[in-house]
Write a new protein. Structure first.
Length: 199
């Protein structure tokens, strides 16, 4: 309960930083609704939701690791956005530099969630769709899909790990790595806290 309270306070603090826009959008939504202008009211509410997504995304960035294996984060490439509509929250962090990079992408209400959940919950369907470059693994209790991509020209192996968590999808990509390395990085991410915030 204490963790949830602290998490809530962190989100409120972030919102307070952008409170002026938030308050302005709430006031616009109310006045537009009162005057019968539902289209403007809806637009202002979408802006409020976008502001909330942005605040939550900035807090999630703080939870992401500073390193992915030996690769340091590239802070200037951090990306947080909120659409305030269908997709919602989007957070992206990059690590390393070419030719060896990694990234973590978090998307709320991802269109892929349903198809990934179906594959993971139906072993027969998942078994028919998988090949030798795809397997189901567990990361911190979440069933996940690990995809292996072998570059035939360079001989290097890249991995992509997709972790669906309720309505949030976390995708971890690492270039020129091993299955053990990518799962170690994934196990170092604070998934439970991210899920809590992204809901």
């Amino acid at each position: 309960m204490k963790k949830i309270t602290l998490l809530g306070l962190g989100i409120i603090a972030c919102i307070a930083a952008t409170a002026q826009d938030f308050d302005k959008n709430i006031a616009t939504a109310r006045s537009s609704y009162s005057s019968g202008n539902l289209q403007d009211s809806r637009f202002a509410m979408e802006q409020v939701l976008r502001d909330l997504d942005m605040a939550i995304g900035k807090e999630i960035l703080k939870l992401l690791p500073a390193k992915a294996g030996a690769l340091a984060m590239v802070e200037k490439e951090d990306n947080v956005s909120g659409t305030g509509s269908y997709v919602g929250l989007y957070v992206n962090r990059h690590y390393g530099a070419d030719p060896k990079r990694a990234s973590i992408e978090i998307m709320n209400n991802s269109p892929l969630i349903n198809s990934l959940t179906t594959i993971l919950s139906m072993p027969i369907l998942g078994g028919m769709m998988r090949d030798e470059n795809q397997k189901i693994v567990k990361v911190q209790g979440y069933k996940s899909i690990l995809n292996k991509h072998v570059n035939t020209e360079t001989g290097k192996t890249d991995y992509e790990l997709q972790i669906p968590m309720n309505n949030t999808l976390l995708t971890l990509k690492m270039d020129d790595t091993s299955e053990g390395d990518i799962t170690a990085v994934a196990n170092g991410i604070q998934l439970a806290k991210i899920v809590q915030m992204a809901q």
